[in-house]
Design a protein around this ligand. Structure first.
Ligand SMILES: Cc1ncc(COP(=O)(O)O)c(C=O)c1O
Length: 415
C-alpha cells in the first residue's frame, strides 16, 4: 500500500476492540464462527450506523427540503449534515460538489448521460482494461447513442496499468478519461494522481471510480486533482442505496440535468422549467434520506479511527494471506501488483471457484466466486472466474489461517 506511515505499526491496531463495533461479525455459520472475507462486494456496518438509521425512522422520518414542521426540519438538517460530512471526508471545496446518488453505478451513469451529452461522434473516452462493468457499460450505451470511440489502456500480467501505453491514447478528440482507483478484481491500487496529471496536460478531465479505494485509504479529491470521484456507501461501512458523485463545480455547472422531477427544480410551468442550483439539480425526487444519514455516520465512525494503524494492519493481512495462499499447491494468485489493497483473487487447478466458494461457506468462510463484474479482466487472464478473499480492518490473521486450511481441504476433496 502506498500511503502507509512507516512509524505506525500494525500492532497499534486493536482488532478485537474494532470487531465489537460490528455486531454482525459475532455469529456462527454452518457451526463455525463467521469469517467475512467478502468486503469488496459489501462491507459490514458498525452499530453506530445501524442506530443512526433506526433513530431516523423512529424519531425524525419526514421528507427533506419541503416541510416547515419540526420533523421535516430535523430530517433536512441531518441529511444536509451528511453531505457536509462527505465533503469534509473527501476534502471537496464545497457541498455544491457533492451529489447524492444510489451508488457508484449511478454516479458513473450520471456523468455518462449528462457530461456525455456534450460528446459527439468521433469524440473519445479512455478507459482501462481493469474496469468494473459499471465503468464500461454506461460508456458503451453512450457510444450507441452518439458514436463516441472508446480507447482502452492495457494492463500488464502483474495486473498493473501499462503506463507506457498511456500517452499514445490521447488525441485531439479525447474528452474524458474514466478509470478505477482500485481494481475490485485484482486489488491493484492505480497511480491515479500521476494519471490525472498526464490527462490534464492533454486538457482531459478524469473520472475516478473510488468504490474500492475509499474503504482502504483516505482520499483527498483536491490533492488528486480529479474532476469526478464516484463511490458507494455500502462499500464504505455505510448502507446500500446511497452513494456519491463528487464533481468539480465548474464541470457540474456546465452539465445538463440528469433526471427531471421534484427537488431539482426552481420553477415549473407548462411552458418552461428552471432548475435548482448545485447539487440539488442532479437529485431529482425524494432521496435515500436514511441512507445518506447512515453514510454520514459511517464517515464519522471512520474519521474516529487511526487510519495509519488500520492501513498498516490491512497491509500485514495482505502480506500474510498472499504468503499463505501462494504456498498452497496448484493455487495461482491473479493480480500481483506492487501496490495492492488487502484483496487476494485466486484460482486453483481443477477446482471451479463456485465449488470452492461452497466448500468455504460450509466452514463459515464468506468469499466471492465469479467474474466480479470485470469480465475483461477474466478474459485477459484466460480464466472464467476467480475466488476472491477481500479483507477489511476487522478481519484477523486467524481467519486467514482458517482460509488456508479450508483451501487445502478443498484441494484434497476436489482436485
Ligand atoms: C470498482 C467498482 N466500481 C463500481 C462498482 C459498482 O458499485 P455499486 O454496485 O455499489 O454501484 C463496484 C462494485 O463492486 C466496484 O467494485
Amino acid at each position: 500500500m502506498s500511503a502507509i506511515v512507516k512509524s505506525t505499526s500494525a500492532d497499534d491496531w486493536d482488532v478485537s476492540r474494532v470487531r465489537q463495533d460490528f455486531p454482525i461479525l459475532d455469529q456462527q455459520v454452518h457451526g463455525h464462527p463467521l469469517a467475512y472475507l467478502d468486503n469488496a462486494a459489501t462491507t459490514q456496518k458498525p452499530r453506530t450506523v445501524i442506530e443512526a438509521m433506526d433513530q431516523y425512522y423512529r424519531r425524525d422520518n419526514a421528507n427533506v427540503h419541503r416541510g416547515v414542521h419540526a420533523l421535516a426540519e430535523r430530517a433536512t438538517a441531518d441529511f444536509e449534515a451528511a453531505r457536509e460530512s462527505v465533503r469534509r471526508f473527501i476534502n471537496a471545496r464545497s457541498i455544491r460538489e457533492v451529489v447524492f446518488v444510489r451508488g457508484t453505478t449511478e454516479a458513473i451513469n450520471l456523468v455518462a448521460s449528462s457530461f456525455g451529452q456534450g460528446l459527439h461522434e468521433g469524440d473519445e473516452v479512455i478507459l482501462t482494461a481493469m474496469e468494473h462493468h459499471a465503468n464500461i457499460v454506461p460508456w458503451q450505451l453512450l457510444r450507441e447513442r452518439t458514436g463516441i470511440v472508446l480507447r482502452v489502456l492495457p494492463i500488464t500480467p502483474a495486473g498493473e496499468l501499462d503506463r507506457d501505453a498511456l500517452p499514445a491514447l490521447f488525441t485531439t478528440r479525447t474528452r474524458l478519461l474514466a478509470m478505477t482507483h482500485v481494481s475490485n478484481a485484482l486489488g491493484t491500487i492505480n497511480p491515479v494522481k500521476e494519471v490525472v496529471a498526464v490527462a490534464h496536460e492533454h486538457g482531459v478531465p478524469v473520472l475516478l471510480d473510488g468504490a474500492q479505494a475509499l474503504p482502504h485509504m483516505r482520499v483527498d479529491v483536491q490533492a488528486l486533482d480529479c474532476d469526478f470521484y464516484a463511490f458507494s456507501g455500502h462499500k464504505l461501512f455505510g448502507p446500500t442505496g446511497v452513494g456519491v458523485l463528487y464533481g468539480r463545480e465548474r464541470l457540474l455547472e456546465a452539465m445538463p440535468v440528469y433526471q427531471g422531477g421534484g427537488e431539482m427544480i426552481r420553477t415549473v410551468s407548462f411552458e418552461r422549467t428552471t432548475f435548482a442550483g448545485l447539487p440539488h439539480r442532479f437529485e431529482a425526487g425524494t432521496p435515500d434520506i436514511a441512507g445518506a444519514i447512515g453514510l454520514g455516520r459511517a464517515i464519522e465512525y471512520l474519521e474516529g479511527l487511526d487510519w495509519a494503524a488500520a492501513q498498516a494492519y490491512e497491509h500485514r493481512l495482505l502480506e500474510y494471506a498472499t504468503d499463505r495462499l501462494k504456498a498452497i499447491p496448484g493455487l495461482r494468485i491473479i493480480g500481483e501488483a506492487a501496490d495492492k489493497v488487502a484483496l487476494v483473487s485466486f484460482v486453483m487447478d481443477d477446482v471451479h471457484p463456485h465449488d470452492m466458494g461452497t466448500i468455504l461457506d460450509h466452514r463459515g468462510l464468506a468469499v466471492r466466486a465469479g467474474h466480479h463484474c470485470a469480465m475483461p479482466v477474466m478474459t485477459f487472464y484466460q480464466v472464467p472466474a476467480t475466488s476472491r478473499a477481500s479483507m477489511a480492518f476487522y478481519n484477523t490473521v486467524g481467519e486467514i489461517d482458517r482460509l488456508d486450511a479450508a483451501l487445502r481441504h478443498a484441494r484434497e476433496l476436489l482436485a
